[in-house]
Every structure is written in structure tokens, then in C-alpha cells.
Design a protein. Structure first.
Length: 231
């Protein structure tokens, strides 16, 4: 059994125990408007998930998503990356805060910082991200521009576990949307964002329910159901 697989088994065990003794905690990292974070919180409220939103952390205080968190009574923090001399020292401060908040799951929702291998290893198996493209197509930035330039007819979003590669971790689920005649970056981004808001809450719920198992670079959902949505 690989280290990641073993870790997820432990996570599944913790998920089971936590469901019996109490709620799981989510900590979300954002850099901007936080609409994915908002979609997850609203879905959790509507569906009455037994979950605790233990905190939201942004890498600068101007991140708009912090306001929504505060309105919801979710502890909101800014850890200014500019105040740290190195990526490592910033990530060490982040790890400390996330651990203090007691995160069972760390949700990256538009967090625009490259994370160090040390950070990723610390949260391995309980660190997830959403990427605005159908990975492995278009990793990195400016995905909508690149999709339009490439002339693809289908684009979308991917929720994945984070590993040390750039946008390479095991895929939890994906949603595709059509690229339409006359699309520009804004219209395409808006269509993809609507899809993101549908799949990220789903993926988080699957994790909380202990339904995800990493096997190699694949994520199995138990019991199985489609991990691909054509929207
Ligand atoms: C989303 O498009 C997400 O896929 C990407 O960053 C954007 C964040 O948007 N990682 P928001 O802050 O959740 O509104």
C-alpha cells in the first residue's frame, strides 16, 4: 500500500470515528472573491451537513471572501504572505494556523499561492483543490484564454487531491461545459464557474462521507457513482 493510499485509509477511519463522536472540520484557503467557498457553505446549510467550518484563511486581508465568512460567523483570518521572508516561513505559519483550527479537510478555493512540498506532505490525503479546466488539459493559469486559443469544443473544471505536481493530483470529479460560438474569456469563465459551484460541494461531501479512496493516481468513489458531469 502506497503512503498516500495508507493515509486515505487512515482518513476514512477518522471520518468514520468523527461521524460517531462529532463533526468534521473544514478549513478553506482563499485569495479572492471566494465564490466556491460560498457555494460549499450554502450547500452545507441547505443540505444540513454535519460539518464545522472551522475557519477561512486568505493570504491578504482584501480577499472579498473573508467578508462572506464573517457574515456567516465563520472565523476569518488574513495571513499576509508579504510579511514573510520566504515561501517556507509563510507555509509554516499557515500550517500552524490550520492545525490550530483542527482541520480534517483543507479546501483550496482560489488560493493563488504555490504551496511548498512540506505543506503538501503535511496535509496529504486531506488537501483538495478546484482547477478551472478539464485536467490534464490546461494546468496552470489563464485556462479559459488557453482553451479558446486551442479551439477546444469542451472545457470545464476538476476537483482533485493535491500532490506535489502542479495541478496533477488524483482527480475526484470533473464537469464539462460546451465552448460556444462567440464565447469570450468572460462568458466561458462564467459557464465554468457555474459548473465549479456544482461539483466542489459534491466532492467535499463525498470526502466528509468517507467515500473517497485513492488508488494510485485514481480516486474511487464508494459506493460508485459518476464522477463526471456533463453540464
Ligand atoms: C476558480 O475559478 C477556481 O477554479 C480557481 O480560482 C477561481 C476562484 O474563484 N482555482 P472563487 O474565489 O472561488 O470565486
Amino acid at each position: 500500500m502506497g503512503r498516500a493510499t495508507e493515509y486515505v485509509h487512515n482518513i476514512a477511519f477518522r471520518v468514520a470515528i468523527n461521524y460517531i463522536v462529532g463533526m468534521l472540520s473544514i478549513v478553506t484557503l482563499i485569495s479572492g472573491r471566494g465564490s466556491n467557498f460560498e457555494a460549499i457553505v450554502k450547500t452545507a446549510q441547505n443540505e444540513q451537513w454535519p460539518v464545522k467550518f472551522a475557519g477561512v484563511i486568505a493570504n491578504h486581508s482584501a480577499a472579498k471572501g473573508l467578508e462572506f465568512a464573517r457574515l456567516q460567523g465563520i472565523p476569518a483570518f488574513a495571513i499576509e504572505h508579504r510579511e514573510y521572508p520566504s515561501r517556507e516561513s509563510f507555509d509554516t505559519a499557515l500550517i500552524q494556523k490550520i492545525d490550530e483550527l483542527g482541520a480534517d479537510l483543507v479546501v483550496l478555493a482560489g488560493f493563488m499561492r504555490i504551496l511548498t512540498p512540506g505543506f503538501i506532505r503535511h496535509f496529504e490525503g486531506r488537501l483538495i483543490n478546484i482547477h478551472p479546466a478539464l485536467l490534464p488539459a490546461f494546468p496552470g493559469l489563464h485556462t479559459h484564454e488557453r482553451a479558446l486559443e486551442a479551439g477546444v469544443k469542451e472545457h470545464g473544471a476538476t476537483v482533485h487531491f493535491v500532490n506535489e505536481g502542479v495541478d496533477e493530483g488524483p482527480i475526484i470529479c470533473q464537469a464539462s461545459v460546451p465552448v460556444l460560438e462567440g464565447d469570450n474569456v468572460e462568458t466561458l469563465a462564467a459557464r465554468v464557474l457555474t459548473a465549479e459551484h456544482q461539483i466542489y460541494p459534491r466532492a467535499v461531501k463525498w470526502f466528509l462521507d468517507g467515500r473517497l479512496r485513492i488508488e494510485g493516481n485514481q480516486v474511487k468513489l464508494e459506493p460508485p457513482e459518476s464522477q463526471f458531469f456533463k453540464l
